[in-house]
Design a binder for this molecule. Structure first.
Ligand code: MSP
Length: 513
């Protein structure tokens, strides 16, 4: 079997409800997955939940529940969000599943047998909030930065993974593989981090401090450090240890936020794989943050937007459109409801929604509900076709370069072009004339509007799958299964039946609050 295009998101912490940041990452990955399917790839798309560790253990204690019970509740919420967002994932991995525990333990045993793991006493500082050991180096002006929360002094015997001995290999690998991390400027962050000597990574937690984790296969007094456990999900979901593995691994893309690139994804993970003799993922796609009043939107700041409220009010596709249109992948973006409403009204309801309802309305009134033939080709038609040609040329490179916000901008400026064309031809005026030349212009203008609309929604499909299908059905087109020939201007809609006038994006009474 040919290797599938394997794409993953980060797996979310199971210690709280999903927010805009989590929803965004899934939409971004889904846009890439859907685009690759249209390009003909067989895609394997995995997302999931990171269920072990101290944070979950603490949330469970607070709620007076077993950790597994909290995880089960949160899993329902996150999986529900995926469904509501129409995420097309092929698998959903939870780190408490038996298939994952088995892989983590087999990987640990393998590394232990290869001499990559050793036991040692450690005296130092431990950050509860980050669930990691920290050193004096991390202090700023003599204080532990806020992100570490409470830091305690500990003396503990633990197991360590020999990171340091792979440092030179990692630097070489990153320096010699420019496409490894997108956007490229993030590689510089990683190389900067690697200028300092690496410490070996403590990969165990004594049971007396943490019970909620995967037991070390070679010492039942310890559980596995949550990041070591979580990263392994990517090979568990690829079917590590089974025949499926060869069809999936290496991952083509790990999509993650910028906060978890260094050190877990760009340092621990490649070294873990290298030490196991496994291939590295091909690329990381690293997105920025959604901010709220300039700060990262997160559970701990309390300034969170519940994506479900927005989806409830405006539909999944409008939400997907907004986050993809507003975020330049790699940069941060400020969220505001005003901006959401403005985009909804001007781009979706006006430029796209009104164009469609105008077309269906006129088709019903003037051409018996069918797409007529385009029989003339004058300046307005030629201009519109040229505009499409230049639009089409840009779209694939923009999609291939993850410039989805610009791809959408380009498509919507083409939609404005169709609206301008309609104003120029003014078929509603032509309809009042008895002149056969005006009749030909009327029919041509409806045919061109329909064809242009069909072309516009082809590459809206990865972002707005449901709306795009709906538009296609309403203009008499078939469901989209691939890109072959789909971006070429033609007459495939001629004679097709138009649907009833439809409001694609109803204006809500009041905006979400
Ligand atoms: N559990 C770890 C990831 C383990 S992957 C092997 C984790 N979980 S998280 O729930 O905190 O974050 C999950 C993903 O959501 C991360 O990629 C993170 O960057 C992303 N986001 C969380 N808040 C975000 C924003 N405010 N904006 C955009 N994405 C951010 O980290």
């Amino acid at each position: 079997m040919a290797k599938k295009f394997y794409i993953t998101t980060a797996i979310d912490y199971a210690n709280g409800s999903p927010h805009l940041g989590h929803a965004y990452e899934k939409v971004l990955t889904d846009v890439l997955a859907r685009y690759r399917r249209l390009q003909g790839d067989e895609v394997h798309f995995v997302t999931g939940l990171d269920e072990h560790g101290q944070k979950v253990q603490m949330s469970a204690r607070k709620a007076g529940l077993e950790p597994q019970a909290i995880c089960d509740q949160v899993a329902v919420e996150f999986q529900g969000l995926c469904q509501r967002l129409e995420i097309s994932n092929d698998d959903y991995i939870r780190t408490t599943e038996a298939r994952h525990k088995k892989v983590v333990q087999s990987v640990l045993q393998d590394l232990y047998d290869r001499g990559e793991i050793y036991k040692a006493e450690y005296a130092g500082f431990y950050s509860q909030r980050q669930e990691q050991f920290v050193t004096e180096k991390e202090k700023v002006d003599g204080e532990w930065p806020e992100i570490y929360g409470e830091v305690e002094e500990v003396i503990e015997t633990n197991y360590f993974f020999k990171l340091a001995q792979h440092q030179d290999w990692l630097v070489d690998t990153i320096e010699n593989n420019e496409a490894f991390i997108y956007p490229r400027f993030r590689s510089a962050d990683v190389l900067q981090f690697l200028k300092e000597p690496l410490n070996d990574l403590c990969i165990s937690r004594p049971r007396e401090r943490l019970q909620w984790g995967i037991e070390l296969p070679f010492d039942s007094e310890y559980v596995t450090y949550v990041w070591f456990d979580a990263l392994v999900n990517y090979i568990t979901a690829a079917g590590y240890g089974t025949d499926a593995y060869a069809d999936h691994w290496p991952a083509d893309f790990h999509v993650i936020g910028k906060d978890i690139l260094v050190p877990p994804h760009a340092v621990y993970w490649p070294i873990m794989l290298h030490a196991l003799g496994l291939e590295l993922p091909r690329h990381f796609l690293v997105h920025g943050w959604w901010l709220s009043s300039g700060a990262k939107m997160s559970k701990s700041t309390g300034a969170v937007v519940n994506p479900l409220d927005l989806i409830e009010q405006h539909g999944a596709d409008a939400f997907r459109y907004f986050v993809t249109r507003e975020m330049n992948v790699g940069q941060d973006s400020e969220f505001s409801l005003e901006r959401f409403t403005a985009r909804y009204n001007s781009d979706l309801a006006n430029d796209l929604g009104n164009l469609l309802s105008r077309l269906l309305n006129m088709g019903g009134r003037y051409t018996e509900g069918r797409v007529p033939a385009a029989t003339i080709d004058e300046a307005p038609e030629q201009e519109l076709k040229q505009l499409w040609e230049s639009t089409a040329k840009e779209l694939i490179p923009l999609y291939d370069g993850f410039q989805y916000h610009r791809a959408l901008e380009t498509i919507f400026s083409f939609l404005s072009g169709i609206n301008r064309y309609a104003e120029t031809r003014a078929p509603w005026k032509l309809a009042k004339s008895e002149d056969p030349a005006d009749r030909a212009a009327l029919e041509t203008s409806l045919a061109c509007m329909a064809e242009a609309l069909r072309l516009s929604v082809v590459l809206l499909t990865p972002v707005m799958p449901t709306i795009s299908e709906k538009v296609r059905a309403l203009i008499g087109d078939e469901a989209l299964t691939g890109l072959d020939g789909q971006l070429d201007w033609g007459d495939r809609l001629e004679g097709k039946t138009l649907g009833e006038k439809t409001i694609l994006f109803p204006r809500p009474e009041r905006s979400a609050g």
